[in-house]
Design a protein around this ligand. Sequence first.
Ligand code: KIV
Ligand code: ZN
Length: 519
Amino acid sequence: MKSTEQSKEKLVIFDTTLRDGEQSPGASMTKDEKVRIAKALEKMRVDVIEAGFAISSQGDFEAVQAIANTVTESRICSLSRAMVADIERAGEALKGANAGRIHTFIATSPIHMKHKLQMEPNEVLEQAVGAVKIARSLIDDVEFSLEDASRTEFDFMCRITEAVIDAGARTINLPDTVGYSAPGEYGAMIERLLNTVPNADKAIFSVHCHNDLGLAVANSLSAVQAGARQVECTINGLGERAGNASLEEIVMAIRTRKDLFPVATDIDAVHIVPTSRLVSSITGFPVQPNKAIVGANAFAHESGIHQDGILKFRETYEIMKAEDVGWSNNKLSLGKLSGRAAFAARLEELGIVFDGKEDFNQAFIRFKELADKKREIFDEDLQALVSDVQMGTEDDVLTVIDLEVLSKSGQAPHAKIIVKYQDQEHSSESSGDGAVDAIFNAIEKLVNSETRLQLYSVNAVTQGTDSQGEVTVRLEKDGRIINGQGADTDILLASAKAYLNALTLMRNPGRLHPQLGGV
Ligand code: KIV
Ligand code: ZN
């Protein structure tokens, strides 16, 4: 499998932002948001997009289906446990895909088999083989994962791997599910497996590492040096608990250290930063400033000595170019005088396409309103604005019609709000310990949601005091955690939007978790 870069083998980039990434507490996304992210991943030339876990909810099924029907350049994958109903649901969701993949899995470590599955190893093996056969009867491309592979007994790992390859699995994934492994050990496991399993040459070996010990990227790269040819990763390292290996770090390590890795990816790296921003604004998970590649400080040199060195000769302190990963895209986008055509063209460049004319018109109206308040409109503003419009145009959402907040020193702030729900307007008012507290209290008087506020954060979308504030509100109810977002140059209005967005999302039924036993 040769890549675009001659003489190097291709490393398949399998992005699971929309599946494992969405398992981050609070990171649930709507169907439209998932389609937008999938399009950005396609543009970046990701090989495989794991679009969801089709059986987990009707919403996930529809998202996988919509992505399968929209994306043509990347292979679209759905997760399924090693169960007939799961596999059939995945196959159904993928029917419209240009290229599809069913990813089926079962746990193989003694601890998971005994305590979670309560099954004997032979039963697990039989079920794995059966699952792969069913999946192959529906689709050509089947991936099988040995969940908790890094804690699986080596002989059993070999037996099950050989059997599922014989049954038709094309990719074998060996996850470090609990983020327990260390680079030397994990790489050695992959190498030993490749050298032991007799039919190993009939499949691509894949890795999927969690970041509980901060080693997900290091473990994945060690496995690549040992012979793995697919890495499962996510934008911004989003994912269950401490997250997954971050796509941007894997891709740029491979590209920057060509001397160390015998592989190349097909990723078009200039789309990394815009995609990172898109994922962050949709999920409400900010990127820490010192995050490698996509953090605001990743290419900022503060020390005078460094700045001096860079001015004299860039390579003294820079190992990558900021513009190669898309930082140069951080440019002035549009202004007050820009018309519909310029607006549409810029959205298209950002990979944003609206389903209907109505949504586009709404977005254009919002753009004009924003341009009246803010002289320069940047790409980040457009992304925030579009998220906001898409939230507000779906059926059955709670939207702010009017907000008035009185805040005077020495007095408790007071908020009056009008909220629209199913074409009816409802008004409410309340005081609070602060202006935001007053707004949330007023909303709660209307909805009485019985949710608990876990997090409230404001992030400036661009620089300057006229920046839009992007507010994230995290609510919890009966163990379910939901993030809501809202953006506006008025951060009080953004806060009200974020709170209502979280309440709207909270009303959607929850999803089944893939790691629930239930086999
Ligand atoms: O971490 C894990 O083991 C997974 C599997 C379902 C692939 O996410
Ligand atoms: Zn995982």
